[in-house]
Design a protein. Structure first.
Length: 123
């Protein structure tokens, strides 16, 4: 799809927002660059043991994919409502990571950031 100036303006307005608020445990931000949309999901994970980490990361992994899929559906729906045209996207990148931010020898409690970044190409 060749993006016209109107398409770019509408897509920019749709994507320049975040889902969630600071009081929520997770958030999604979205940005537009050239002909690609980047969605970033972030949440804080609390766990007490290594075995709990595996279970929680699997659950959060599934949750992040569901939330980002809903965000993509919202973007497509808003684009269709604003322009009357369908938006076709192709996933070019999908990465997740876990970053430990609090871990001490004195306490079994651990805190980490879970992040997922998905890049979608407009086709």
């Amino acid at each position: 799809m060749n993006l016209t100036e109107k398409h770019l303006r509408v897509l920019g307005q749709i994507t320049q927002k975040g889902w969630g608020v600071s009081s929520m445990p997770n958030s999604v931000t979205c940005s537009l660059g050239d002909d690609a949309i980047t969605l970033k999901y972030m949440t804080v994970v609390h766990f007490a043991a290594e075995s709990a980490l595996r279970d929680q990361v699997a659950r959060i992994n599934h949750e992040s994919i569901q939330i980002l899929t809903k965000c993509v559906d919202d973007i497509k729906k808003s684009f269709k409502e604003e322009t009357g045209d369908s938006l076709r996207l192709k996933e070019t990148s999908n990465k997740d990571s876990l970053e430990m931010i609090v871990a001490t020898n004195n306490s079994p409690r651990r805190v980490a950031y879970y992040r997922r970044q998905v890049t979608l190409q407009v086709v």
